[in-house]
Design a protein around this ligand. Structure first.
Ligand code: IVH
Length: 677
């Protein structure tokens, strides 16, 4: 019996893991392709994707068509992004990744004997498909979701090496490749952005992607994109092999890379990889691996495709570049939320095109686990992020065996540090008195997604702080043009621009004000959900833990942070000042929907198909009546709002936990919305 229960628990937890992974990877795709703000390294993504594939093989009933295993990530930025979305003539797929010789050997074993393999560099930009009709470039599509892409022709036209008219081309010709921002252009762009206090791009790939989606071709031209093309498609194209087609394209004037080798064995492939693993550092553009392709087009056709990738091609990813250097000193940085991060100050080393002197050591546990001390020789690595990280130390390089001691007080304000149970981070609890936390709060408050006050960034906040003109967010609304103009690097124009921006911020809606004031763990989306339920500051201030946790995405911890925030008298003072300054502390009248309480504290799962309202409408109704809509059934579920064709899995789970199924009519009665009302 126990064994049975264990098996059952194990199955349940794997099923939950599958769903969690699917959502996490969908989110990662969105951040990578649309926001250009990757949170996972490619390797982390691939590892998690592999795990998801394993789980989906075990639980095929949980495979959904939108799973990241079934479709490529999407860079489509929505209907209003200013580009026309066009269907691809041939789907734009991605490649399966490999990381070592064994995985390449596995792939080669599945190919016909004696096959020719073309090794090419894998350029790290974003893919583009160029369409030529009667010799003329007529469209340039991004990958999009693999089926449809954004037509960014006007921006592609700014790349000088891309031909716009070649009379010799067949009537329809399509060639695909990679758009890139060269290292030099990337560095220049980031230097400019730093000077303007704009957020920096983490790597050239993100910069290229951000650039290609700009609506101003003149600005695109200024940034200096470039391009390599590596895949010819289309009708009536001569050439029996991939290399013949590439040569033909090069001959016509297309930018095709010279660094290509036809290989006849895995040894030859590994040679190419070993060579470029080092030589790539001298290239003007970023590469992240090598692509291997079957050369014969007939063999390519025989091998065909899986749902997501061709069987005739595969990518090998270079290991992240790392360097050994000496760790001179560990210092401590205090973040906006008071988290103390140990920082490694290093002997400078060259890494992926830039000089690195500082790298994160994450937290106390990390430093202890790696047994790192000042004076050790350590490995430093750059992932997809701006900040490099320490990943290990050279064995036997330790100069000290002293146990590592994390500071006990804040290096900035001297307040004793606290460690929240279950968290790796130490924090300075002096939220309203610790300078970097205060400055960080102001920077967050003025940032684009919060109050969007133009002209103020980190450096300006720092300067105003030094001059005692700004000690908290409410001080912003006391600033006058004459306070600012005349400060270092600030003319009358910029001073006026800032004051205008501050004035305009008084119109920013309540949901963004709530995000801007910086309650711990209340991000943009959570703030929106809270503001939809509590339509004014006054309502929110008096909310109980129970009412708060009834809001979707708000758990005990966030609710406790909100309650704690409003209980603090300094925060109360700030809010009074902000209100007096005229900020929007409530939702406009016309948007107010009456909040009802029939479902207060209830957690409702929706399943199946409905006749009277859509699932989204039901979700809204649940929230408007004080309930919380959750995705999966658990002991905490109050009831399931069940429509037709409810999933068998959900039904079984509900029965097993004794959770009631409520039909849509009964539900509408519960919230007093049955048809008579
Ligand atoms: S061939 C059917 N060749 O890597 C697949 N792709 O991870 C055709 N990439 O989406 C792609 N360099 O954006 C190919 N020499 C190269 C490449 C390359 C970079 C990119 C491309 C693709 C991604 C797959």
């Amino acid at each position: 019996m126990t064994i049975m229960t264990d098996l059952f628990d194990n199955e349940n937890s794997e099923r939950a893991e599958l769903v969690r992974l699917r959502h996490a990877l969908q989110d990662a795709n969105y951040r990578y392709y649309v926001l250009n703000d990757p949170q996972l390294t490619d390797r982390e993504f691939d590892m998690q994707l592999k795990r998801l594939q394993e789980l989906e093989a075990r639980y095929p009933d949980l495979v959904t068509p939108d799973s990241p295993t079934q479709k490529v990530g999407s860079d489509l930025s929505g209907r209003t992004n200013g580009f026309e979305q066009v269907a691809h003539r041939y789907p734009m797929l991605s490649l399966a990744n490999t990381y070592n010789r064994e995985e390449i050997e596995d792939w080669v074993r599945r190919l016909p004997d004696g096959v020719e393999i073309v090794a090419e560099l894998k350029y790290d930009g974003l893919s583009i498909s160029l369409h030529y009709e009667n010799g003329r470039l007529v469209r340039a599509l991004t990958r999009g979701d693999g089926v449809r892409g954004d037509d960014v022709l006007r921006n592609i036209m700014t790349i000088r090496s891309v031909p716009t008219y070649i009379p010799a081309l067949p009537a329809y010709y399509e060639i695909r490749g990679e758009v890139l921002l060269p290292w030099q252009a990337f560095e220049r762009l980031n230097t400019e952005r730093a000077a303007n206090e704009d957020p920096l791009f983490a790597n050239p790939r993100n910069a290229a992607s951000g650039t290609l989606k700009l609506l101003d071709p003149a600005e695109v031209a200024r940034r200096g994109l470039t391009c390599f093309l590596y895949h010819v498609l289309g009708d009536n194209i001569s050439g029996l092999t991939h290399t013949e087609r590439l040569e033909q394209a090069r001959h016509w004037g297309f930018p095709v890379s010279e660094h290509i080798r036809v290989c006849h064995s895995v040894d030859e492939v590994m040679d190419f990889i070993a060579h470029w693993n080092t030589a790539r550092k001298e290239l003007p553009v970023a590469t992240d691996g090598v692509v291997l392709k079957v050369n014969s087009l007939a063999q390519q056709q025989q091998l065909g495709f899986t749902a997501k990738t061709p069987r005739w091609a595969i990518a090998y990813k270079f290991p992240a570049e790392k360097q050994l250097t000496v760790l001179r000193q560990i210092t401590y940085q205090v973040g906006r939320t008071g988290v103390i991060t140990p920082v490694a100050n290093l002997d400078p080393v060259q890494l992926s095109g830039t000089m690195v002197q500082r790298a994160t050591l994450h937290n106390e546990d990390f430093v202890r686990q790696l047994d790192i001390h000042e004076g050790d020789r350590v490995w430093v690595e750059k992932g997809g992020e701006i900040i490099p990280k320490i990943t290990g130390k050279e064995s036997g390089s330790s100069v000290s065996s002293e146990p590592y001691r994390f500071p006990t007080v804040c290096p900035e304000c001297g307040t004793p540090l606290v460690r929240v149970e279950g968290e790796a981070a130490w924090r300075c609890p002096n939220e309203n008195g610790c300078p970097p936390q205060q400055k960080g709060k102001i920077e967050h408050f003025v940032s684009r997604k919060a109050m969007n006050i133009d002209g103020i960034g980190e450096e300006t906040v720092d300067m105003l702080w030094q001059k005692h003109l700004l000690t908290n967010i409410a001080d912003l609304y006391d600033l006058k043009v004459q306070d600012l103009s005349g400060l270092e690097g600030m003319g009358l124009r910029s001073a006026e621009r800032i004051i205008d921006g501050i004035e305009a911020s008084k119109q920013v809606p309540w949901e963004r004000v709530l995000f801007a004031i910086g309650i711990r763990m209340v991000g943009e989306t959570t703030a929106k959900k809270i503001a939809r339920r509590f339509r004014s500051l006054q309502e929110l201030q008096w909310a109980s833990m129970e009412q708060l946790t009834a809001v979707e995405d708000v758990g005990e911890q966030i609710a406790a942070n909100i309650v704690r925030y409003f209980a603090d008298s300094d925060n109360q003072q700030l809010l009074i000042r902000l209100q007096q300054a005229g900020l929007q502390m409530e939702a406009p009248e016309e948007q107010k929907t009456v909040q009802r309480h029939e479902l207060d504290g209830m957690s409702v799962v929706i399943s199946g198909v409905f006749a009277r309202h859509s699932r989204d409408e039901y979700k809204q109704l649940i929230e408007q009546h004080g309930g919380k809509n959750t995705g999966s059934i658990s002991k905490k579920t109050s009831f399931v709002l069940a429509g037709d064709n409810m999933g068998p899995e959900k039904r079984r789970k509900a029965e097993q936990l004794g959770i009631r199924l409520v039909g849509e009519d009964e539900f509408l009665e519960m919230i007093n919305l049955s048809q008579n009302n």
